[in-house]
Design a binder for this molecule. Structure first.
Ligand SMILES: Cc1cc2nc3c(=O)[nH]c(=O)nc-3n(C[C@H](O)[C@H](O)[C@H](O)COP(=O)(O)OP(=O)(O)OC[C@H]3O[C@@H](n4cnc5c(N)ncnc54)[C@H](O)[C@@H]3O)c2cc1C
Length: 415
């Protein structure tokens, strides 16, 4: 029997488990996840009002219930156990740790209060246990920097009315905070031209359907080309109800130059293509410009990912998903990549003989690590669904302690 440890229970780690079980009949797989809950950004990134996308979580979850698979929740590689120790107990180790650090703009003033990276902001509205509460009140002008779907998600969350969150898993306290903001204008600032934006048509079109919002595009003549994205942008640029409570403006071809403000953000200064500086009022700025991976134990990130050759990092160590290729593609992209890597591991990683779960259990017991197993996660999941009001599909725990309690306490391994 070969023993494989997968670090991270997001889509890429779980798809890899699925594909490894198919590709190699003689493997046992342990999935180590720093949170008591699996699913990574399906739970904490995908927007709370996009439940159809979050639905893939049910499929991913089932992978963890398979024979020869164990879930070790609340175990952080790097603090609860080191990579070197893991390699003593496992024949192969795969990093699937994602990319959780926000890329920065690198401009003066970006550390002023009122400026958030999208990871921080999205973590908050998705009730990530590490996310600081966003204490921003009185936001009239919000500026979102970015030309991808994450920017659209943030704009939608700021513009929707309370009723429009029905059927989501947005926490009631977050809904109360978001809908109490007196938002009047949301400006989506993109460095690229409209034709080069990475939005997808469905997400763009949703902005046009928000009850209290109207949309506009600063330079509609600049929307070049044909196709669903360009067509939808033209629709969003068409004149609309001038009395709408919230204006959502797209402004393309602008490069952020500085955040201006006395003690807190008051405006984003941008440079247009002609080099002219323009100020856009902003009490809240959310930058949606991508993510970088963070080091895992002794393994260091270079240029945002773990250096690898086709997924191979070093002898017996592989990487998959966002920590391997960077934050690109959709959830199914991770499946394709996981399938390729599983084939490679099945062919290359033939060495066996290490202890696997027994060794891990021993290390974590000695360290006193509180482990949440698959049964514990199932109890958290069921409890979150059961306690939701009728307007919600789930009411998430926002703290690790509460999750461990609901899990029925910590255990080591599968009961
Ligand atoms: C805001 C946002 C919205 C998105 N919306 C969509 C969408 O609507 N549709 C779509 O197709 N895609 C969407 N995506 C992209 C999708 O979420 C990613 O493609 C996918 O989650 C990447 O999977 P991953 O497993 O590589 O990383 P992640 O999902 O980030 O999973 C990594 C896991 O590793 C764990 N981990 C990290 N470090 C350690 C450690 N040291 N020890 C143990 N565990 C660790 C983390 O806790 C996490 O659970 C969105 C992404 C974001 C950021």
């Amino acid at each position: 029997m070969r023993h494989i440890a997968v670090i991270g229970a997001g889509p890429s780690g779980l798809y890899l488990v699925d594909q490894l079980l198919r590709a190699a009949p003689d493997v046992e797989i342990d999935v180590l996840e720093r949170l008591p809950t699996p699913l990574g950004l399906v739970r904490y990134g995908v927007a709370p009002d996009h439940q159809s996308t979050k639905g893939v979580g049910r499929l991913l979850d089932r992978i963890l219930s398979r024979e020869r698979v164990r879930f070790w929740g609340n175990v952080t590689v790097g603090s609860d156990i080191d990579l070197e120790v893991l390699l003593e107990h496992y024949d192969t180790v795969v990093l699937a740790t994602g990319a959780s650090r926000d890329r920065r703009l690198g401009i003066p003033g970006e550390h002023l209060p009122g400026v958030y990276g999208s990871g921080e902001f999205i973590g908050w509205y998705n009730s990530h246990p590490d996310a600081e509460s966003v204490r921003q009140l009185g936001v009239r002008n919000a500026v979102i920097v970015g030309a991808g779907n994450v920017a659209i998600d943030v704009a939608r969350m700021l513009a929707k009315t309370g009723e429009e969150f029905d059927g989501s898993d947005l926490a009631p306290e977050v809904e109360a905070h978001l809908t109490a903001l007196p938002v009047e204008r949301i400006t989506i600032v993109a460095r690229s031209a409209a034709a080069e934006a990475r939005f997808t048509q469905l997400e763009l079109a949703e902005l046009g359907a928000i009850a209290r919002a109207r949309t506009s595009v600063a330079d509609p003549d600049g929307i070049a080309g044909e196709g669903p994205v360009a067509d939808t942008l033209r629709k969003l640029a068409a004149p609309q109800d001038a009395d709408a409570q919230v204006a959502i403006d797209f402004r393309f071809g602008l490069t952020p130059a500085a955040v201006l403000g006395e003690g807190r953000a008051e405006a984003l200064q941008v440079r247009d293509r002609a080099g002219k500086l323009i100020e856009i009022p902003a009490d809240l700025i959310v930058t949606c410009i991508g993510y970088q991976s963070t080091d895992c134990s002794t393994l260091a990130v270079e240029d945002g990912t773990f250096p690898n050759e086709g997924g191979k990092v070093s002898d017996r160590v592989y990487a998959v998903g966002w920590c391997k290729r960077g934050p690109s593609g959709t959830i199914p992209t991770n499946r394709t990549e996981a399938s390729e890597l599983a084939q490679r591991i099945a062919k290359e990683a033939l060495e066996g003989g290490r202890q696997g779960a027994e060794g891990l259990r021993h290390v974590l017991s000695n360290a006193g690590t509180q482990v949440v197993d698959y049964g514990g996660w199932r109890r958290i999941d069921e409890h979150e669904v059961a306690r939701a009001t009728e307007r919600r599909v789930r009411h998430k725990h926002a703290d690790v302690k509460g999750m461990i309690k609901t899990a029925g306490g910590a255990t080591i391994g599968k009961p």
